[in-house]
Write a protein of this length. Structure first.
Length: 159
């Protein structure tokens, strides 16, 4: 993503199927594990298909890919799932290099005064992007970043 957050793939709900699209076997394994942890007991064993770039391009050219919008998911179902996924993603990101922080981890960056200010700017960027959703009730817009500020010990820089 623009802020340096790695993207493993795309998750889409199609009817009763949860689809994970990734570009490598390693990402498929990691993404499947994240989904299984988040939805423990709510999803069955994954059915895996592999599609080459050529196959994907041919399917698109033949109009075999769906451009229908995903069915609406009730906010009371979607919000806790999305917030749990974001919690895990951001918790992992605290220990991964972030481009906006000079390719160091947020935990390492907060060890210096200048780093704390860079981390505060990064967190404000994340919050602003999250809150810029068109629908104020969108699960992305309602995500609370407070725990990250607290965990990094920079709540005093949050304005």
């Amino acid at each position: 993503m623009a802020d340096g957050t790695p993207v493993l793939g795309n998750v889409e709900l199609k009817g009763r199927a949860l689809m994970l699209a990734v570009t490598s076997a390693e990402r498929a394994k990691r993404g499947t594990a994240l989904i299984n942890d988040a939805l423990a007991g709510l999803v069955g064993s994954p059915l895996t298909t592999i599609e080459t770039v050529e196959q994907a391009m041919a399917a698109r050219a033949e109009g075999l890919t769906s451009s229908e919008p995903a069915p609406a998911i009730a906010p009371e179902v979607a919000t806790p799932l999305i917030h749990a996924m974001l919690d895990r993603q951001y918790r992992a990101t605290l220990d991964e290099p972030v481009g906006m922080l000079g390719d160091i981890t947020p935990r390492a960056a907060v060890q210096t005064a200048a780093g704390r200010h860079r981390v505060a700017g990064w967190l404000k960027h994340l919050e602003n992007r999250s809150s810029s959703q068109l629908d104020a009730n969108d699960p992305m817009a309602t995500y609370d970043f407070t725990w990250i500020w607290r965990e990094l010990g920079i709540e005093n820089l949050r304005k």
